[in-house]
Design a protein around this ligand. Structure first.
Ligand code: NAD
Length: 489
């Protein structure tokens, strides 16, 4: 089988290499987390398909890189329009594939996919090429495209996370080989169709489907790949880093998190509770989620009561239902992993305030993989549940006294992706944000992202920053040409 029909949308389940569909002899099943059904059999690529895709991307690179930036940009703007014209198809397929809410895909995620392409297409037009003088010599700085870029992404926001890298890579003049997540591979294939129809030349964008160890590993180890972009877990990043290092290929890693939400006693409680409840969104499968809630003594009890009231009202169910707040986890393996964290926390002595188990009734009724929103209290600083990323709807609630104690607890993690502060004092916000180790700090807000801002993690949350100029800094080989004083040539 070479296609699947998902939510009425035909999706090609083969690779996209050099502007053509290519099938592998083997396939892997793609399971919908909504009901556990197999929705597609997808080509299972390996080293041979990776070699073919990297060869196609290498062959396409010189022409794409040499194309005037205005022409490249015009093609990419048409790709963004193509995404917008198929927004509903993309939203429907992604919901079936990864179980996230249909309304989020429609209103937030898929518009952002289009923006990921449009923003960087437009940004490329504004890149300046500074000239400066050294004793009569002229220095000319240019942003040279780096070459073939490997993009490996996870399943929690598959097309959004892929295009956040694909947009700047292509806008910079690189060609791309993408390896979508095997647990949600379908929208990458639809994106290949859209890009092709928009006029992206063959070989500029390629997709190799398959498992991480079989298709991802040879891609990131390929000697002709000049940039490796990875979004995913820390253990995988270490393997990828080792492989890329053998070719001295620069990497950009966006990894996990264990981010804090710091609520001070002068906080607007309504706002604090709104932000806290939001951490269950996407069933907690969000790298940025502020899963460690740290609340100051003076408002702890009131915050706790109001949070619980709101959290108990969360409606879990089929992600296509507009009234549902959270859907399932991505699959059975992940549900068992999340439950393992929860059961070990209970064994360690953590107090279950909410949830603490799969939603057995819903799972029996639907065949899906739902986990109840869970809250722990009574946890200690070095416990697994406060240190390790669960990537599920599991939060901890801890109390702090002095501001410094709260900051120390917030920073007591190997991760450093994001932090959120809720306070009524600007002075306190400035002091605390300057003391936190995190790539992004939100003050009295959450999840506000501007594509021109730097994004990335400190510590084990990643390597490098992307967004705006930081993206072009990564995707380009920045070159300085020094011209002798006039008259010499
Ligand atoms: P994962 O590391 O298991 O897999 C991510 C991707 O890597 C998949 O496409 C997989 O097939 C591929 N892969 C696996 N092994 C590989 C190998 N040896 N070589 C090359 N590729 C390989 O992660 P996941 O479970 O899919 O995603 C969840 C993780 O992603 C969480 O840790 C989450 O925090 C993180 N994440 C981070 C961000 C961010 O922006 N910082 C965003 C979303 C998710």
């Amino acid at each position: 089988m070479t296609t699947a029909v998902v939510a009425g949308v035909e999706v090609d389940t083969r690779h996209w290499i050099g502007g053509e569909r290519v099938a592998s002899a083997d396939t892997f099943p793609d399971v919908s987390p909504l009901d556990g059904s197999v929705i597609a059999e997808v080509s299972r690529g390996g080293a041979a398909e990776v070699d073919a895709a990297v060869a196609a991307a290498s062959a396409a690179f010189p022409t794409w890189a040499a194309m005037p930036v205005a022409e490249r940009s015009a093609i990419l703007l048409r790709v963004a329009e193509g995404v917008e014209s198929r927004l509903e198809d993309l939203a429907q397929v992604e919901t079936r594939d990864n179980g996230s809410l249909l309304r989020s895909h429609r209103r937030g995620v898929m518009p952002r996919v289009a923006m990921n392409i449009r923003f960087f297409a437009e940004y490329a037009l504004t890149l300046s090429h500074p000239d400066f003088d050294t004793r009569g010599h002229r220095n000319h700085v240019s942003w040279d495209p780096a070459g073939v870029t490997a993009i490996v992404t996870p399943w929690n926001a598959p097309l959004m996370l892929a295009t956040w890298r694909i947009g700047p890579a292509l806008a910079a003049g690189n060609t791309v080989v993408a390896k979508p997540p095997e647990w949600a591979p379908l929208t990458a294939s639809l994106f290949a169709d859209i890009a092709h129809e928009a006029g992206l030349p063959p070989g500029v964008f390629n997709v190799v489907q398959g498992l991480g160890t079989e298709a991802g590993a040879p891609l990131v180890a390929h000697p002709d790949v000049r940039r490796v972009c990875f979004t995913g877990s820390v253990p995988t990043s270490i393997r990828i880093g080792e492989a890329a290092a053998r070719n001295v290929t620069p990497v950009s890693f966006e990894l996990g998190g264990k981010s804090p939400l710091l609520v001070f006693d002068d906080a607007d409680l309504d706002l604090a509770v709104d932000i806290a409840v939001e951490q269950f969104d996407n069933s907690g499968q969000v790298c940025l989620a502020a899963v460690r809630m740290l609340v100051q003594d003076g408002i702890y009890d009131e915050f706790r009561a109001r949070f619980l009231e709101r959290a108990r009202a969360i409606k879990q169910g089929d992600s296509r239902d507009e009234s549902v707040d959270i859907g399932p986890l991505i699959g059975r393996t992940h549900l068992e992993r999340v439950d393992g964290f929860v059961q070990r926390a209970i064994a360690d002595g953590a107090e279950v305030v909410l949830g603490g188990e799969p939603n057995h009734e819903l799972n029996a009724e639907t065949g899906g993989f739902y986990y109840r929103p869970t809250l722990f209290e009574g946890v200690g600083p070095s416990w697994e549940i406060t240190c390790q990323e669960v990537f599920g709807p599991v939060l901890t609630l801890q109390r702090f006294g002095a501001d410094d104690e709260g900051v120390a607890m917030a920073n007591d993690t190997e991760f450093g992706l994001a932090a959120t502060i809720v306070t009524g004092s600007r002075e306190r916000a400035e002091h605390v944000s300057s003391s936190l180790r995190a790539g992004t700090v939100w003050i009295n807000c959450f999840f506000v992202r501007d594509l021109s801002a730097p994004f990335g993690g400190s510590g084990r949350s990643g390597i490098g920053r992307e967004g705006g100029l930081w993206s072009f800094d990564f995707y380009c080989d920045v070159k300085n040409s020094v011209f002798a004083p006039k008259g010499w040539i």
